[in-house]
Structures are given as structure tokens and as C-alpha cells.
Design a protein around this ligand. Structure first.
Ligand SMILES: CC(C)(COP(=O)(O)OP(=O)(O)OC[C@H]1O[C@@H](n2cnc3c(N)ncnc32)[C@H](O)[C@@H]1OP(=O)(O)O)[C@@H](O)C(=O)NCCC(=O)NCCS
Length: 196
């Protein structure tokens, strides 16, 4: 690929990383992902499981548009598949024109603690920089969610300023963490070549 393709509008593609791959999420992933996303351990701190496989199919179908209805955001969702074929979770980014991405991620608890979450999110962040023009990533997490906190610290995210917390309306029991990505078109193109 060339650096000129690094834009929020670039088509999603499969991303390979050590022991896993990220597949652009499609509606036909919904049935297998329903089993992953109804794991109660995922919701210890926030959010709720999908209430039915049909509702999850509808959600995944809508997300295949890859953009918000007003066209201002790219919605980039990948499922995480291990090399043994198991579908184990998902990573996602909401990308604004201008190069900011808000990221999120979830992994079935049977696979926690093996570095899979860190590798999957690292692969997504690299792809966002190489392919989708992202220069700044952020994540909002509950302060008690130490797994997520350590994952982000491992990937060199740091606490955003109090002003940034206020501007984003972050709750008192949450943290906003962020990372600025280096602007290096050559490295981005190289990463893109390796993951295509
Ligand atoms: C957050 C999540 C994706 C992490 O996945 P994972 O594959 O277990 O993560 P990793 O194995 O890569 O470990 C991440 C870090 O958490 C640390 N960790 C693991 N278990 C921990 C625990 N019980 N307490 C504190 N830290 C822990 C690991 O040591 C690692 O840090 P390190 O690299 O500094 O050693 C997973 O726990 C999850 O899906 N949680 C539910 C959904 C969620 O909270 N999503 C994030 C919302 S902001």
C-alpha cells in the first residue's frame, strides 16, 4: 500500500498479528460472537450483553456500513480470531476525520491473561495509523478495570489532562487515556504491507 491510502475512508482489511488475526466484522460473525458477548465477566464494570442473537445480527448488519449515518465517523470493527480458528473477541475504533480514534475492545474471559487482548489492540492501533490516517487514539475506562488499564499502559497510553476529561464528559469513576501516534508514512506503509 502507499501512504496516500491512509485515510479514515480506506476499506477495512484483515490484519495479522502474532497468533491471531483481526477480521473485518460482518453479520455472519454474529452467531459465534453471541456466545463470546454473553459472557457475564465482560460486564463486571460497564455495559450489558446483547439480549438476543437477532439483535446482535441487526447491530452487526448496521455496522457493516462502516460509517455513521451522517458520514462523519468511520466505524471500524474487527473480530479477533486465533490461529486455531477460535473467535474470541472484538476490537473497534470510531475514527473522526482529522485522525482521532476512540477505541474499545472485549475478549471472552476464557482467553484472558495470555496477552491476546494487548496483541489484538496493538495490531488495531498499528492498522489505524498505517491504513486509516489515525494520529491520536483514546479510550475511556472504569478506574476499577485494571486489566484494561494495564493493557493501555503496556501500549504506551497515558492519562489525558483534567481539561480533556472535562471536555469529553468523562465520569468521576472513569479515566480517559490517550496516545499520540508518530507520523511516519514510511513506517505506516511498511506496517500496512506486512498486515495485508
Ligand atoms: C481488557 C481485556 C480485553 C484484557 O484482555 P487480556 O487478553 O486479558 O489482556 P492481556 O492478557 O493482554 O493483559 C493485559 C494486562 O492486564 C494485566 N492483568 C491481567 N489480569 C489482571 C488482573 N486480574 N488485575 C490486574 N491486571 C491484570 C496483565 O498482566 C497485562 O498487563 P502487563 O502487560 O502490564 O502485564 C479483557 O479483560 C476484557 O475483555 N475485559 C472485559 C471488557 C473490557 O473491560 N473492555 C475494555 C473496556 S475499556
Amino acid at each position: 500500500m502507499t501512504a496516500a491510502l491512509a485515510t479514515a475512508d480506506a476499506p477495512m482489511r484483515e490484519v495479522r498479528a502474532d497468533g491471531l488475526r483481526l477480521e473485518p466484522q460482518r453479520v455472519d460473525h454474529a452467531d459465534a460472537m453471541f456466545a463470546v458477548l454473553t459472557d457475564p465477566a465482560l460486564y463486571e464494570f460497564e455495559h450489558e450483553p446483547p439480549d438476543s442473537v437477532e439483535s446482535l445480527r441487526r447491530r452487526f448488519a448496521a455496522l457493516e456500513a462502516r460509517r455513521s449515518p451522517n458520514g462523519r465517523q468511520a466505524w471500524l470493527h474487527w473480530v479477533v480470531r486465533l490461529d486455531d480458528g477460535a473467535l474470541v473477541g472484538a476490537v473497534q475504533a470510531t475514527v473522526e476525520h482529522g485522525g482521532h480514534a476512540a477505541i474499545a475492545y472485549e475478549l471472552g474471559s476464557a482467553w484472558w491473561g495470555r496477552g491476546i487482548g494487548t496483541r489484538a489492540v496493538a495490531a488495531m492501533v498499528n492498522e489505524l495509523a498505517a491504513r486509516h490516517g489515525v494520529r491520536h487514539c483514546s479510550a475511556v475506562l472504569k478506574q476499577q478495570n485494571l486489566r484494561s488499564f494495564h493493557l493501555l499502559r503496556r501500549l504506551r497510553f497515558t492519562h489525558a489532562s483534567p481539561a480533556a476529561h472535562a471536555a469529553r464528559g468523562v465520569e468521576r469513576d472513569e479515566w480517559l487515556m490517550e496516545r499520540t501516534l508518530p507520523h511516519d508514512p514510511a513506517a505506516a506503509a511498511e506496517r500496512g504491507d506486512r498486515s495485508s
